[in-house]
Write a protein that binds this ligand. Structure first.
Ligand SMILES: NC(=O)c1ccc[n+]([C@@H]2O[C@H](COP(=O)([O-])OP(=O)(O)OC[C@H]3O[C@@H](n4cnc5c(N)ncnc54)[C@H](O)[C@@H]3O)[C@@H](O)[C@H]2O)c1
Length: 495
């Protein structure tokens, strides 16, 4: 990168597979380039786990489970808190690697390790909630109680938009519940996860945490391995459905956190400046819209539609500048890969050809020489989008928002809910009654009123419909990684 950019981060010392407490070369010796999306240039080669590697990793994780499940809760909590400390102490280094490997601005990635650390602390604190209950019966001849037990080896497959945040945070609940874990890193951005594995080597006993860089084959092998007792995915609806099919034969439980086509609805009484800022913030342009919760369908009332559009355009043109991710002035990243670049530009072309109006963006920005091979797309706003346009219906996972004008509430909710997805939604009004009624009508799992984008610890996060099922970041996530066992003890002398 240019002499003007900050020094490149130090690569992890290990670019192989971490399992059984040690680093291993891939059995079939496959390594592939991982690329900087900002420049399109390879960074280094990283191991790609095959199904044979997954088998070795899962066997080691299973062996570790036999001891880890016996570690008292209070001690497991200490391990988790130590991992949180390690993440915090190394947050800048981890953010630099993620920034290099995803192209997202460094200044905006600095919090990702902290978010993971908070989840580790949060689930450490919830460990005492892993408990059973007694169940009274009228006859009194049998004593009934329940206990919660860990499942075994858990496989967690993650997406690329926040690699180290996901890798760190998703360790927390399974380990807190007494399981061991194998994490499959994102295909495109494994580097910070590998550094995390190095940092955690001495934190957990060998085999408790394994981190495997790999592609779909690694995910498939993890999903179907008989010793993996539960699988979770952060990824697309298509992959979620494949995982559900793959586990059907073994009745393996899953949590699927999938894609979204999330609506933002503004009522006429909403504060127009706050809505304009919310439209921009809700689209997560900082990471080129690559967030499952991005509010990519915006429904503005006809009374403020035009003025809010102007304000959105002004904010984007003022505040969102692509740039080398390590520069402090950079406020926006590229999309993750050449394939994503082509896919998102294809959506932009489809919108233009279907008659949508470009308010801002809609093309590759003018770039300095060193970024020309990167995967950049301007923050893009389309108005006059028809409900049947492709950009209105399909998850783009890029910096493209569709704006719709509404006037009739019945028609509004018909359109809002006319999507296979149901992850998040955002409602803007000063009227709490209106907001409460709107919330009731929206088929989505995570809804904000007068804000967007934020996650809150302890509040169940997860989707409806094709956005998946299962709840995370809350007690329910922790309990999902346990099995409830019921015991009935005869107290009477005779049977
Ligand atoms: N709901 C959430 O919390 C959340 C958060 C972030 C991203 N996402 C979603 O993730 C998607 C973007 O990520 P992506 O393009 O990497 O998704 P993807 O579904 O292509 O890949 C996700 C992960 O699944 C793995 N995988 C692919 N095929 C598999 C198979 N058959 N079996 C097992 N694993 C397999 C991949 O290697 C990758 O690690 C978007 O749809 C986005 O909305 C959801």
């Amino acid at each position: 990168m240019s002499s003007s950019s900050t020094k490149l981060p130090t690569l992890p010392s290990h670019l192989d597979l971490f399992y059984g407490g040690e680093w291993h070369k891939p059995i079939d010796k496959t390594y592939e380039d991982t690329v900087s999306p900002a420049t399109g240039k390879p960074i280094t080669k990283v191991a790609v786990a095959s199904s044979a590697d997954v088998d070795a990793a899962v066997s080691a994780a299973h062996k570790a489970f036999l001891s880890w499940k016996l570690v008292p809760g209070i001690e497991r909590a200490r391990y988790l808190r130590k991992a949180a400390e390690v993440l915090r102490a190394n947050s800048v280094e981890l953010a630099k690697l993620d920034s290099w490997n995803t192209g997202n601005p460094l200044t905006k990635m600095l919090r990702d390790a902290e978010i993971a650390a908070i989840q580790l602390d949060f689930f450490a604190g919830l460990i005492p909630m892993i408990k059973g209950e007694t169940i009274p019966q009228d006859e009194g001849e049998t004593f009934h109680y329940t206990v919660r037990e860990p499942l075994g080896v858990v496989g967690r497959i993650i997406a690329y938009n926040h690699p180290v945040q996901f890798a760190g945070a998703k360790l927390a609940a399974p380990l807190a519940a007494g399981n061991t874990i194998v994490i499959k890193t994102p295909d495109q951005a494994p580097l910070a996860c590998l550094r995390l594995a190095e940092l955690l080597t001495d934190v957990f006993p060998p085999g408790v945490v394994s981190i495997l860089p790999g592609k779909a084959e690694c995910g498939k092998a993890l999903t179907s391995h008989p010793m993996v007792k539960m699988v979770t995915l952060i990824g697309s609806a298509a992959t979620g459905k494949l995982i559900q099919q793959a586990v059907a034969g073994s009745l393996k439980p899953t949590i699927l956190e999938l894609g979204g086509k999330n609506p933002l609805i503004a009522y006429p009484d909403a504060d127009i400046d706050k809505v304009a800022a919310g439209v921009v913030r809700g689209m997560n342009f900082t990471w080129a819209g690559q967030s499952c919760i991005s509010t990519s369908r915006v429904y503005l009332h006809e009374s403020h539609h035009d003025i809010i559009l102007e304000k959105v355009k002004a904010i984007l043109e003022r505040d969102y500048k692509p740039g080398i991710p390590f520069e402090p002035t950079t406020t926006m990243g590229p999309v993750i890969s050449k394939e994503a670049h082509e896919r998102v530009l294809g959506y932009i072309e489809s919108a233009k050809s279907q008659g949508a109006r470009v308010i801002t963006g809609g093309k590759v920005p003018i770039l300095p020489e060193e970024m020309k091979q990167g995967y950049w797309i301007e923050p893009t706003v389309f108005a006059d989008v028809g409900p049947d346009f492709r950009i209105a219906r399909e998850e783009i996972f890029g910096p493209v928002v569709s704006i719709f004008k509404w006037h009739d509430e019945e028609e509004l909710f018909k359109n809002v809910n006319d999507t296979p997805y149901g992850l998040s939604a955002s409602v803007w009004t000063k009227d709490i009654v209106k907001a409460t009624k709107a919330v009731r009508r929206i088929g989505a799992g995570y809804i904000w009123v007068n804000q967007t984008s934020k996650h809150f610890f302890g509040v169940p996060f997860g989707g409806f419909k094709d956005s998946g099922y299962g709840k995370e970041e809350c007690l329910e996530e922790l309990l999902s990684f346990t099995e409830l066992k019921a015991i009935n003890i005869l107290l009477a002398d005779t049977y």
